[in-house]
Design a binder for this molecule. Structure first.
Ligand SMILES: NC(=O)c1ccc[n+]([C@@H]2O[C@H](COP(=O)([O-])OP(=O)(O)OC[C@H]3O[C@@H](n4cnc5c(N)ncnc54)[C@H](OP(=O)(O)O)[C@@H]3O)[C@@H](O)[C@H]2O)c1
Length: 339
Protein backbone atom coordinates (compact mmCIF):
# COMPACT_ATOMS: atom_id res chain seq x y z
CA UNK A 1 0.00 0.00 0.00
CA UNK A 2 1.41 3.39 -1.00
CA UNK A 3 1.92 5.86 1.86
CA UNK A 4 0.96 8.77 -0.42
CA UNK A 5 -2.39 10.29 -1.34
CA UNK A 6 -3.51 12.94 -3.80
CA UNK A 7 -6.26 15.52 -3.69
CA UNK A 8 -7.65 18.39 -5.74
CA UNK A 9 -7.80 21.72 -3.95
CA UNK A 10 -9.37 25.09 -4.70
CA UNK A 11 -6.44 27.13 -6.03
CA UNK A 12 -8.40 30.37 -6.53
CA UNK A 13 -12.00 31.51 -6.86
CA UNK A 14 -13.40 31.24 -10.39
CA UNK A 15 -14.56 34.27 -12.28
CA UNK A 16 -17.64 33.04 -14.11
CA UNK A 17 -17.26 29.51 -15.43
CA UNK A 18 -14.45 27.58 -13.68
CA UNK A 19 -11.19 26.91 -15.55
CA UNK A 20 -8.32 24.46 -14.94
CA UNK A 21 -6.19 27.02 -13.06
CA UNK A 22 -8.87 27.31 -10.37
CA UNK A 23 -7.87 23.81 -9.23
CA UNK A 24 -4.61 22.30 -7.99
CA UNK A 25 -3.54 18.67 -7.74
CA UNK A 26 -1.58 18.11 -4.53
CA UNK A 27 0.06 15.04 -3.03
CA UNK A 28 0.86 14.29 0.58
CA UNK A 29 1.20 11.62 3.20
CA UNK A 30 -1.59 9.11 3.67
CA UNK A 31 -3.57 10.11 6.78
CA UNK A 32 -3.91 7.78 9.79
CA UNK A 33 -7.47 7.14 10.98
CA UNK A 34 -8.10 8.28 14.56
CA UNK A 35 -10.26 6.55 17.14
CA UNK A 36 -13.68 5.75 15.68
CA UNK A 37 -12.42 6.66 12.19
CA UNK A 38 -11.94 4.76 8.98
CA UNK A 39 -9.33 5.17 6.22
CA UNK A 40 -10.96 4.91 2.80
CA UNK A 41 -9.43 4.37 -0.62
CA UNK A 42 -11.77 6.25 -2.94
CA UNK A 43 -12.84 4.36 -6.06
CA UNK A 44 -15.52 6.73 -7.41
CA UNK A 45 -16.07 10.41 -6.87
CA UNK A 46 -19.24 12.37 -7.55
CA UNK A 47 -19.19 15.65 -9.50
CA UNK A 48 -22.27 17.80 -8.88
CA UNK A 49 -23.33 21.28 -9.99
CA UNK A 50 -23.65 22.52 -6.36
CA UNK A 51 -19.85 22.37 -6.05
CA UNK A 52 -19.59 25.46 -8.23
CA UNK A 53 -21.34 27.46 -5.49
CA UNK A 54 -18.87 26.24 -2.84
CA UNK A 55 -16.02 27.79 -4.85
CA UNK A 56 -17.45 31.32 -4.41
CA UNK A 57 -17.07 33.46 -1.34
CA UNK A 58 -20.76 34.31 -1.19
CA UNK A 59 -23.52 33.72 1.33
CA UNK A 60 -25.40 30.55 0.53
CA UNK A 61 -27.07 27.63 2.26
CA UNK A 62 -23.67 26.00 2.80
CA UNK A 63 -20.25 27.35 3.74
CA UNK A 64 -17.78 28.35 1.04
CA UNK A 65 -14.51 26.53 0.57
CA UNK A 66 -11.35 28.38 1.57
CA UNK A 67 -8.47 28.63 -0.89
CA UNK A 68 -6.35 25.50 -0.40
CA UNK A 69 -9.25 23.38 0.84
CA UNK A 70 -9.90 20.01 -0.76
CA UNK A 71 -12.83 20.31 -3.16
CA UNK A 72 -16.03 19.09 -1.49
CA UNK A 73 -17.60 15.90 -2.76
CA UNK A 74 -19.10 12.54 -2.05
CA UNK A 75 -17.13 9.44 -2.84
CA UNK A 76 -17.42 5.70 -2.59
CA UNK A 77 -14.51 3.50 -1.73
CA UNK A 78 -12.97 0.58 0.11
CA UNK A 79 -12.05 0.57 3.77
CA UNK A 80 -8.27 0.17 4.06
CA UNK A 81 -8.05 0.51 7.83
CA UNK A 82 -10.75 0.72 10.48
CA UNK A 83 -10.66 1.98 14.05
CA UNK A 84 -14.45 1.72 14.27
CA UNK A 85 -16.44 -1.27 15.47
CA UNK A 86 -19.00 -1.28 12.63
CA UNK A 87 -16.53 -1.22 9.72
CA UNK A 88 -13.94 -3.73 8.60
CA UNK A 89 -11.13 -3.69 6.05
CA UNK A 90 -12.59 -4.35 2.58
CA UNK A 91 -16.04 -2.89 3.29
CA UNK A 92 -17.45 -0.67 0.55
CA UNK A 93 -18.66 2.66 1.95
CA UNK A 94 -19.82 6.09 0.90
CA UNK A 95 -19.31 9.48 2.53
CA UNK A 96 -18.01 13.00 1.96
CA UNK A 97 -14.46 12.08 1.00
CA UNK A 98 -13.80 15.21 -1.05
CA UNK A 99 -11.92 15.14 -4.36
CA UNK A 100 -9.19 12.88 -3.01
CA UNK A 101 -7.69 9.46 -3.49
CA UNK A 102 -8.04 8.68 0.23
CA UNK A 103 -9.92 10.08 3.20
CA UNK A 104 -10.25 9.45 6.90
CA UNK A 105 -13.80 9.91 8.14
CA UNK A 106 -15.65 9.15 11.35
CA UNK A 107 -17.71 5.97 11.10
CA UNK A 108 -20.80 7.99 12.09
CA UNK A 109 -20.87 9.81 8.71
CA UNK A 110 -20.33 6.72 6.55
CA UNK A 111 -22.84 4.37 4.97
CA UNK A 112 -21.99 0.78 4.12
CA UNK A 113 -23.00 -0.43 0.65
CA UNK A 114 -24.25 -3.98 0.26
CA UNK A 115 -23.10 -4.72 -3.30
CA UNK A 116 -26.59 -5.44 -4.69
CA UNK A 117 -26.09 -2.63 -7.23
CA UNK A 118 -22.87 -1.03 -8.54
CA UNK A 119 -21.33 1.11 -5.78
CA UNK A 120 -21.26 4.21 -8.00
CA UNK A 121 -25.09 4.33 -7.95
CA UNK A 122 -24.76 5.65 -4.38
CA UNK A 123 -23.57 8.89 -5.99
CA UNK A 124 -26.45 9.25 -8.46
CA UNK A 125 -29.67 7.36 -8.93
CA UNK A 126 -29.55 5.88 -5.39
CA UNK A 127 -27.80 8.83 -3.79
CA UNK A 128 -28.23 12.54 -3.23
CA UNK A 129 -29.44 13.43 -6.78
CA UNK A 130 -31.95 10.55 -6.86
CA UNK A 131 -33.27 11.49 -3.44
CA UNK A 132 -33.58 15.09 -4.60
CA UNK A 133 -35.83 14.10 -7.50
CA UNK A 134 -37.88 11.70 -5.40
CA UNK A 135 -38.44 14.01 -2.42
CA UNK A 136 -38.96 17.13 -4.48
CA UNK A 137 -41.45 15.65 -6.91
CA UNK A 138 -43.65 14.12 -4.23
CA UNK A 139 -43.40 16.94 -1.72
CA UNK A 140 -43.29 20.06 -3.85
CA UNK A 141 -44.54 18.88 -7.24
CA UNK A 142 -47.76 17.23 -6.02
CA UNK A 143 -48.00 15.27 -9.27
CA UNK A 144 -51.38 14.07 -10.53
CA UNK A 145 -52.11 11.64 -13.36
CA UNK A 146 -52.99 13.41 -16.59
CA UNK A 147 -50.91 16.49 -15.79
CA UNK A 148 -47.88 17.67 -17.75
CA UNK A 149 -44.38 18.05 -16.32
CA UNK A 150 -41.46 19.87 -17.95
CA UNK A 151 -37.88 19.44 -16.70
CA UNK A 152 -34.52 20.75 -17.94
CA UNK A 153 -31.17 18.95 -17.61
CA UNK A 154 -33.47 15.99 -18.23
CA UNK A 155 -30.85 13.29 -18.78
CA UNK A 156 -28.92 14.17 -15.61
CA UNK A 157 -29.46 12.22 -12.39
CA UNK A 158 -32.04 14.64 -10.97
CA UNK A 159 -33.98 15.28 -14.20
CA UNK A 160 -34.06 11.63 -15.23
CA UNK A 161 -35.36 10.60 -11.80
CA UNK A 162 -38.07 13.28 -11.89
CA UNK A 163 -39.10 12.32 -15.42
CA UNK A 164 -39.30 8.59 -14.74
CA UNK A 165 -41.23 8.99 -11.48
CA UNK A 166 -43.67 11.44 -13.07
CA UNK A 167 -44.20 9.12 -16.03
CA UNK A 168 -44.89 6.18 -13.72
CA UNK A 169 -47.54 8.31 -12.00
CA UNK A 170 -49.32 8.94 -15.30
CA UNK A 171 -48.09 12.42 -16.19
CA UNK A 172 -47.09 13.59 -19.65
CA UNK A 173 -43.37 14.26 -19.42
CA UNK A 174 -41.44 16.75 -21.53
CA UNK A 175 -37.63 16.78 -21.42
CA UNK A 176 -35.46 19.78 -22.22
CA UNK A 177 -31.95 18.62 -23.01
CA UNK A 178 -28.82 19.84 -24.78
CA UNK A 179 -28.39 18.17 -28.16
CA UNK A 180 -29.98 15.51 -30.32
CA UNK A 181 -28.23 12.61 -28.57
CA UNK A 182 -29.46 13.69 -25.15
CA UNK A 183 -32.99 14.09 -26.56
CA UNK A 184 -32.84 10.56 -27.94
CA UNK A 185 -31.69 9.25 -24.54
CA UNK A 186 -34.46 11.21 -22.81
CA UNK A 187 -37.19 9.45 -24.77
CA UNK A 188 -35.59 6.03 -25.34
CA UNK A 189 -33.85 5.45 -22.00
CA UNK A 190 -35.87 7.58 -19.63
CA UNK A 191 -39.29 7.30 -21.26
CA UNK A 192 -40.08 10.99 -21.72
CA UNK A 193 -43.06 11.59 -24.00
CA UNK A 194 -41.25 14.39 -25.80
CA UNK A 195 -37.79 15.92 -25.77
CA UNK A 196 -36.69 19.36 -26.93
CA UNK A 197 -33.11 20.31 -27.77
CA UNK A 198 -32.57 23.73 -26.21
CA UNK A 199 -29.49 24.28 -28.40
CA UNK A 200 -31.83 24.41 -31.39
CA UNK A 201 -33.53 27.55 -30.02
CA UNK A 202 -31.84 30.93 -30.00
CA UNK A 203 -34.32 32.68 -27.77
CA UNK A 204 -36.98 32.05 -25.15
CA UNK A 205 -39.78 32.71 -27.62
CA UNK A 206 -38.68 29.96 -29.99
CA UNK A 207 -38.12 27.52 -27.10
CA UNK A 208 -41.56 28.43 -25.75
CA UNK A 209 -43.21 27.57 -29.06
CA UNK A 210 -41.56 24.14 -29.04
CA UNK A 211 -42.62 23.48 -25.46
CA UNK A 212 -46.18 24.61 -26.22
CA UNK A 213 -46.32 22.08 -29.03
CA UNK A 214 -45.00 19.29 -26.78
CA UNK A 215 -47.32 20.30 -23.93
CA UNK A 216 -50.63 21.05 -25.68
CA UNK A 217 -52.56 21.13 -22.37
CA UNK A 218 -50.13 23.57 -20.76
CA UNK A 219 -47.62 22.90 -17.99
CA UNK A 220 -48.70 21.84 -14.50
CA UNK A 221 -45.27 21.17 -13.03
CA UNK A 222 -42.14 22.93 -14.16
CA UNK A 223 -39.22 21.33 -12.33
CA UNK A 224 -36.58 24.02 -12.13
CA UNK A 225 -33.07 22.60 -12.63
CA UNK A 226 -31.79 25.16 -15.06
CA UNK A 227 -33.37 28.69 -15.04
CA UNK A 228 -31.84 30.94 -17.75
CA UNK A 229 -33.75 31.03 -20.99
CA UNK A 230 -35.87 28.03 -20.01
CA UNK A 231 -37.69 29.78 -17.17
CA UNK A 232 -38.60 32.63 -19.51
CA UNK A 233 -39.86 30.11 -22.02
CA UNK A 234 -41.95 28.07 -19.60
CA UNK A 235 -43.56 30.57 -17.22
CA UNK A 236 -46.18 31.89 -19.63
CA UNK A 237 -47.22 28.28 -20.36
CA UNK A 238 -48.00 27.43 -16.73
CA UNK A 239 -51.51 26.30 -15.92
CA UNK A 240 -53.58 27.69 -13.06
CA UNK A 241 -52.40 26.18 -9.74
CA UNK A 242 -49.23 24.91 -11.38
CA UNK A 243 -46.24 24.04 -9.24
CA UNK A 244 -42.58 24.94 -9.63
CA UNK A 245 -40.19 23.08 -7.35
CA UNK A 246 -37.01 25.16 -7.52
CA UNK A 247 -34.20 22.63 -7.34
CA UNK A 248 -31.34 24.38 -9.11
CA UNK A 249 -30.39 27.10 -11.58
CA UNK A 250 -27.38 25.65 -13.31
CA UNK A 251 -27.53 28.07 -16.26
CA UNK A 252 -26.83 30.91 -13.82
CA UNK A 253 -24.14 29.26 -11.67
CA UNK A 254 -21.33 30.88 -13.61
CA UNK A 255 -22.87 34.31 -13.15
CA UNK A 256 -23.56 34.73 -16.85
CA UNK A 257 -26.83 34.38 -18.76
CA UNK A 258 -28.66 36.27 -16.00
CA UNK A 259 -32.04 37.43 -17.24
CA UNK A 260 -32.25 41.17 -17.79
CA UNK A 261 -33.92 42.91 -14.88
CA UNK A 262 -36.73 44.25 -16.97
CA UNK A 263 -37.99 40.72 -17.66
CA UNK A 264 -38.50 39.85 -14.03
CA UNK A 265 -41.76 41.75 -13.45
CA UNK A 266 -43.49 39.78 -16.21
CA UNK A 267 -42.21 36.55 -14.70
CA UNK A 268 -43.39 37.36 -11.21
CA UNK A 269 -46.73 38.51 -12.57
CA UNK A 270 -47.22 35.07 -14.06
CA UNK A 271 -46.74 33.55 -10.60
CA UNK A 272 -49.50 35.77 -9.25
CA UNK A 273 -51.89 35.53 -12.18
CA UNK A 274 -51.64 31.74 -12.28
CA UNK A 275 -51.53 31.28 -8.47
CA UNK A 276 -48.41 29.20 -8.85
CA UNK A 277 -46.81 27.38 -6.00
CA UNK A 278 -43.10 28.08 -6.22
CA UNK A 279 -41.02 26.29 -3.60
CA UNK A 280 -37.29 26.35 -3.19
CA UNK A 281 -35.85 23.34 -1.44
CA UNK A 282 -32.46 22.01 -0.45
CA UNK A 283 -31.93 18.31 -0.08
CA UNK A 284 -30.07 18.45 3.22
CA UNK A 285 -33.38 19.34 4.90
CA UNK A 286 -34.62 15.91 3.81
CA UNK A 287 -31.88 13.44 4.76
CA UNK A 288 -34.26 11.74 7.21
CA UNK A 289 -36.26 10.54 4.21
CA UNK A 290 -33.28 8.69 2.73
CA UNK A 291 -34.23 5.23 4.14
CA UNK A 292 -37.76 5.53 2.72
CA UNK A 293 -36.35 6.65 -0.64
CA UNK A 294 -33.94 3.72 -0.72
CA UNK A 295 -36.67 1.24 0.20
CA UNK A 296 -38.88 2.55 -2.62
CA UNK A 297 -36.38 3.23 -5.41
CA UNK A 298 -33.64 0.67 -4.63
CA UNK A 299 -35.66 -2.38 -5.74
CA UNK A 300 -36.87 -0.51 -8.84
CA UNK A 301 -33.28 0.20 -9.88
CA UNK A 302 -32.29 -3.40 -9.19
CA UNK A 303 -35.25 -4.62 -11.28
CA UNK A 304 -34.41 -2.23 -14.13
CA UNK A 305 -37.70 -0.36 -13.71
CA UNK A 306 -35.79 2.86 -13.10
CA UNK A 307 -32.94 3.47 -15.53
CA UNK A 308 -29.80 5.44 -14.91
CA UNK A 309 -26.87 6.59 -16.95
CA UNK A 310 -23.35 7.36 -15.76
CA UNK A 311 -20.63 9.35 -17.48
CA UNK A 312 -17.33 8.07 -16.10
CA UNK A 313 -14.17 10.17 -16.27
CA UNK A 314 -10.93 8.32 -15.49
CA UNK A 315 -8.43 9.53 -12.89
CA UNK A 316 -8.58 12.13 -10.11
CA UNK A 317 -6.38 14.48 -12.15
CA UNK A 318 -9.17 14.66 -14.75
CA UNK A 319 -11.87 15.67 -12.25
CA UNK A 320 -11.55 19.43 -12.91
CA UNK A 321 -11.90 18.96 -16.68
CA UNK A 322 -14.97 16.74 -16.22
CA UNK A 323 -16.49 19.21 -13.76
CA UNK A 324 -15.92 22.18 -16.08
CA UNK A 325 -17.49 20.23 -18.95
CA UNK A 326 -20.48 19.11 -16.85
CA UNK A 327 -21.46 22.67 -16.04
CA UNK A 328 -21.65 23.31 -19.80
CA UNK A 329 -23.67 20.16 -20.52
CA UNK A 330 -20.71 17.97 -21.53
CA UNK A 331 -21.90 15.04 -19.38
CA UNK A 332 -24.14 12.24 -20.61
CA UNK A 333 -25.83 11.17 -17.37
CA UNK A 334 -24.51 11.29 -13.82
CA UNK A 335 -20.92 12.54 -13.86
CA UNK A 336 -18.57 10.40 -11.78
CA UNK A 337 -14.81 10.04 -11.71
CA UNK A 338 -13.28 6.58 -11.44
CA UNK A 339 -10.03 6.61 -9.50
N1 LIG B 1 -31.88 21.61 -4.32
C1 LIG B 1 -31.03 20.63 -4.09
O1 LIG B 1 -30.82 20.20 -2.95
C2 LIG B 1 -30.30 20.00 -5.24
C3 LIG B 1 -29.71 18.72 -5.12
C4 LIG B 1 -29.09 18.16 -6.26
C5 LIG B 1 -29.04 18.86 -7.46
N2 LIG B 1 -29.61 20.09 -7.52
C6 LIG B 1 -29.64 20.85 -8.78
O2 LIG B 1 -30.32 20.06 -9.74
C7 LIG B 1 -29.87 20.43 -11.04
C8 LIG B 1 -29.48 19.17 -11.82
O3 LIG B 1 -28.43 18.52 -11.15
P1 LIG B 1 -27.77 17.19 -11.73
O4 LIG B 1 -26.81 16.68 -10.72
O5 LIG B 1 -28.85 16.30 -12.24
O6 LIG B 1 -26.91 17.80 -12.95
P2 LIG B 1 -26.66 17.28 -14.44
O7 LIG B 1 -27.95 17.29 -15.16
O8 LIG B 1 -25.88 16.03 -14.41
O9 LIG B 1 -25.65 18.38 -15.03
C9 LIG B 1 -25.98 19.67 -15.29
C10 LIG B 1 -26.73 19.83 -16.62
O10 LIG B 1 -27.26 21.13 -16.67
C11 LIG B 1 -27.54 21.44 -17.99
N3 LIG B 1 -27.19 22.82 -18.30
C12 LIG B 1 -26.05 23.45 -18.02
N4 LIG B 1 -26.09 24.71 -18.47
C13 LIG B 1 -27.29 24.88 -19.03
C14 LIG B 1 -27.92 25.97 -19.68
N5 LIG B 1 -27.31 27.16 -19.85
N6 LIG B 1 -29.18 25.80 -20.14
C15 LIG B 1 -29.82 24.62 -19.99
N7 LIG B 1 -29.25 23.53 -19.40
C16 LIG B 1 -28.00 23.67 -18.93
C17 LIG B 1 -26.73 20.48 -18.87
O11 LIG B 1 -27.65 19.55 -19.46
P3 LIG B 1 -28.15 19.75 -20.99
O12 LIG B 1 -26.93 19.58 -21.81
O13 LIG B 1 -29.15 18.67 -21.14
O14 LIG B 1 -28.73 21.09 -21.06
C18 LIG B 1 -25.87 19.76 -17.86
O15 LIG B 1 -25.57 18.44 -18.27
C19 LIG B 1 -28.72 21.41 -10.82
O16 LIG B 1 -29.22 22.72 -10.94
C20 LIG B 1 -28.28 21.14 -9.39
O17 LIG B 1 -27.65 22.22 -8.79
C21 LIG B 1 -30.22 20.66 -6.43
Amino acid sequence: MSDQMSRITLARRPEGAPVQDDFKLETGALPEPGKGEVLIEVTHLSLDPYMRGRMDDAKSYAESLEIGDTMTGQGVGRVLKSNADDFAEGDTVTGMTGWASHATLPASVLRKLDGSVPASTALGVLGMPGLTGWVGLHKYGNPKAGETLVVGAATGPVGSMVGQLAKSLGLRTVAIAGGEEKCRIATETFGFDAAIDHHAHDDAKSLRAAIAEAAPDGVDIYWENVAGQLIEAVLPLMNVHGRIPICGMVAWYGGDNIAEENQLPAMWRSILVNRLQVTGFIIFDHWDEFPEFLADVGPKVEAGEISYLEDVAEGLENAPEAFIAMLKGGNMGKQVVKL
